[in-house]
Design a protein around this ligand. Structure first.
Ligand code: MRU
Length: 355
């Protein structure tokens, strides 16, 4: 089945598929400067929590590799600036900060043992590539756990794009659907277009169509209608940050979908890697919600669709844990009470991953 490749590390630089241009054009850019990678994350050229983490790790590796630093102190100072620049790109997806922390740990590990600058740079490149590699096995494990919960046949719904484009693996929510289909389940996916940025219409519809998985595109205001009348067997979405109590931030519109799911007795599931947990915060109230440009609401693909008025654009909302039937991760399935199940999964040994 076709799997999109949103980002690749190459000898020429970091190659990214420009997701802003999909589905109309499949254009890739090669970046050789970490500031370009930061700009690409901010501008949604690459998006989706795990993919943002991979991009940030590659940005750090790129920045270190190109650094003119002559001493460890100089490299350390530049390394801090690189991490800071990448950390300021998008605030909600915790994978970004998780990936930066992994790169920082790697840096200190090699610097601490007195490695020379070339060795440190090589270790950072290897770590970024490893993070990317792990996304594939992580997604597959999430998919296998989640596929069990999908109906044998019938309709399922998702939100935004939590596919290969969003993770640099096979996808989290779409990975669950993909594996269920590969196991012989006959699923039809209802895809809300996900205003204002249209990740559903532009990206999820494209990925599912390319993968040969049947879908129906709907507008966001049809969600309630289909949950009430459309025989939806399950909803599965991704996540950008999961608080210790299970409250989950995901693309704007997810909260209303989860509430309507409960009202209509449709199980609402989250599929996300353990790197999306933020156990340092007790509940979803503390999750920073990115406010994006109002122009993304007043315009579609550069075309104005509203008068020149004030518009709001919170990019994410928080679904309270009580609406979430289960959270699929690469280490198993968490169920309420999430305070216990999430901390147990976070403490569980990482399954053997490809090195
Ligand atoms: O603003 P985006 O496109 O980065 O938002 C993406 C989402 O909300 C996804 O559902 C989430 O990151 C999970 S991706 C596997």
């Amino acid at each position: 089945m076709y799997v999109a490749q949103p980002i690749t590390w190459t000898d020429r630089g970091v190659v990214m598929l420009d997701q802003r241009r999909l589905p109309g054009e499949e254009i890739s850019h090669t970046y050789t400067d970490y500031r370009e990678v930061a700009r690409a994350i901010r501008d949604m050229e690459i998006r989706g929590a795990p993919a943002i983490g991979v991009a940030a790790a590659m940005g750090v590796a790129l920045g270190a590799l190109k650094s003119p630093a002559k001493s460890l102190n100089e490299l350390r100072a530049e390394f801090a600036l690189i991490c800071e620049t990448l950390a300021k790109t998008r605030p909600t997806a915790v994978d970004l900060f998780w990936a930066l922390e992994r790169m920082q740990v790697r840096f200190e590990e090699f610097a601490g043992r007195g490695a020379d600058l070339v060795t440190i740079k090589q270790a950072l490149v290897a770590e970024a590539r490893q993070i990317h590699l792990e996304k594939k096995s992580t997604d597959e494990a999430i998919g296998r756990f989640g596929a069990e919960f999908m109906p044998r046949d019938g309709q399922v719904m998702t939100q935004c794009n939590a596919g290969a484009l969003a993770t640099a693996g096979i996808g989290t929510a779409l990975g669950v659907i993909r594996i269920a289909v590969e196991q012989g389940k006959t699923l039809h996916v209802l895809v809300p277009e996900t205003r204002p940025y249209l990740q559903g219409a532009r990206l999820t519809a494209w990925e599912l169509h390319r993968g040969g998985i049947p879908l129906t595109l709907i507008t966001d205001n049809m969600v309630g209608h289909f949950l009430k009348t459309g025989k939806v067997g399950a909803i599965v979405t991704g996540a950008d940050r999961i608080a210790a109590n299970g409250d989950t931030a995901n693309k704007i519109g997810t909260y209303q979908m989860a509430v309507l799911a409960k009202e209509n007795n449709v199980p609402f599931y989250i599929a996300a890697p353990v790197s999306t947990f933020d156990l340092s915060i007790s509940d979803g109230e503390q999750i920073p919600i990115e406010e994006r440009s109002a122009a993304e609401v007043t315009h579609i693909q550069g075309v104005r669709i509203a008068p020149d008025v004030h518009a709001a654009h919170p990019a994410f909302d928080v679904t309270p844990a009580r609406y979430i039937a289960a959270i699929f991760t690469e280490r198993g399935v968490a169920r309420a009470p999430y305070v216990q199940s999430l901390s147990a999964l976070a403490a569980a040994a990482q399954p053997a991953l490809v090195r």
